[in-house]
Design a protein around this ligand. Structure first.
Ligand code: GN1
Ligand code: MG
Length: 368
């Protein structure tokens, strides 16, 4: 989209809201792979007010209304239980209402939502132990405050999102079709999935046989989905609630561990750098388990480290499948980016398999 088109589009969406002033700047922000996020400044006699405008990716979310309904249900529950002005209520980023009282706009320009801009940090990687602990605590606390909410009243915004068993089947059917002829360029990676084809269905099976319950989970706990106070290092609120839906408690732990306690970036090409950093892992785990152990069963606790390995495997398969099928899902910055991401997650998965017992031991230490 050209700059002029983008500005016109943002003006059109802004006209649905009662926001004072005229637009003076539009800046793309955030590092998510799915939605498009902009900081928009409005100048009026009272000064400059900034908002975040976000366009939801309707290729990924075919029915974004479901997302907004889930978010509303969850926020209403928290407000009723803890109060509108409680610290619990402020943990979730709220959306502005349009002049018609809706928390989103669905228009020819796409599906948009708007929130107040908060001047805080978002970090793809966190290296400060205290902040890692706080981040773990925030994701654990998010589940804790929702532990009394009936997860079955939420709809799945992406069905079978963390159903690794189904995702493995979808992966192999994409490989079989190989519509773009890309499989020859990633045989070694495909072999990895062949080798482990049956190994990562355990969490799904433990849920199916009633051992692991569904809870309200975030399902996308990358560290950049938490706003952090730049001065105190304390989390301000949890962002990106698009995948808040029924899930296993361990998915949130696992996804955060794979994304945030790796020594390096998610798309690192120097694979010798990839691996769990146990200093980060221990701080994050201490925070997450401290905040969630009130409601976590022993079986859930025992599934935490397995979820980290499983989500790395699952995401590796998603990145590789997206590469094989033409990079339609995850935004890429260059040709082959999804293949690089897949390689990095494969290496991380192998690394976690090699230190699995140590990972479990650290979870035990803070649960007991
Ligand atoms: C996507 O939206 P974003 O960039 O925070 C993806 C996650 C992946 C992540 C990998 C809805 O998250 O599942 O773990 O990329 N979100 C969706 O970086 O598919
Ligand atoms: Mg997301």
């Amino acid at each position: 989209m050209t700059e002029e088109n983008l500005n016109n589009c943002i003006s059109e969406i802004a006209s649905r809201y009662n926001i004072d002033g005229r637009i003076t700047a539009v800046k793309k922000i955030g590092s998510g792979h799915i939605n498009d996020t902009f900081k928009v400044d409005f100048a009026s006699g009272a000064g400059v007010n900034s908002y975040v405008f976000q366009r939801v990716n309707d290729f990924v979310f075919s029915n974004p209304e479901i997302i907004m309904n889930n978010i509303k249900k969850v926020s209403d529950y928290i407000s009723e239980k803890f109060g509108d002005d409680s610290p619990e209520a402020s943990m979730i980023l709220g959306f502005e209402n349009t002049s018609d009282g809706s928390n989103y706009v669905s228009a020819p320009e796409g599906f948009w939502r708007v929130s107040k801009y908060i001047d805080a940090g978002t970090y793809d990687m966190i290296t400060d132990g205290k902040v890692l602990y706080n981040t773990g605590f925030a994701f654990g606390r998010f589940q804790d405050i929702l532990s009394g909410f009936d997860a079955n009243t939420l709809e799945e915004t992406i069905p079978d999102f963390h159903n690794t068993k189904k995702r493995t089947e979808v992966f192999f059917s994409g490989v079989e079709k190989d519509e773009l002829g890309r499989c020859d360029s990633c045989r070694a990676e495909i072999d990895f999935f062949e080798k482990h084809r049956k190994d990562f269905s355990r969490l799904v099976e433990l849920h199916e046989c009633g051992i692991l319950p569904y809870r309200v989970t975030h399902n996308d706990t990358k560290f950049n989905n938490i706003l952090i106070d730049k001065v105190t290092g304390k989390p301000i609120c949890v962002l990106d609630l698009d995948t808040v839906m029924p899930g296993l408690a361990a998915y949130d732990f696992g996804d955060a561990v794979r994304g945030g306690t790796n020594n390096t970036a998610e798309d690192e090409t120097d694979l010798s750098k990839v691996g769990i950093n146990f200093e980060y892992y221990e701080q994050f785990t201490r925070g997450f388990i401290t905040a969630s152990k009130n409601f976590l069963t022993v079986s859930e606790k025992d599934s935490m480290a397995l979820a980290a390995v499983t989500i790395a495997y699952e995401l590796a398969s998603r990145f590789l499948l997206d590469y094989i099928t033409g990079d339609k899902y995850f935004r890429i910055s260059h040709e082959g980016h999804n293949l690089e991401r897949a390689r990095c997650q494969i290496r991380l998965c192998e690394n976690m398999l090699s230190c699995y017992d140590k990972m479990c031991g650290i979870v035990d230490k803070y649960y007991n």
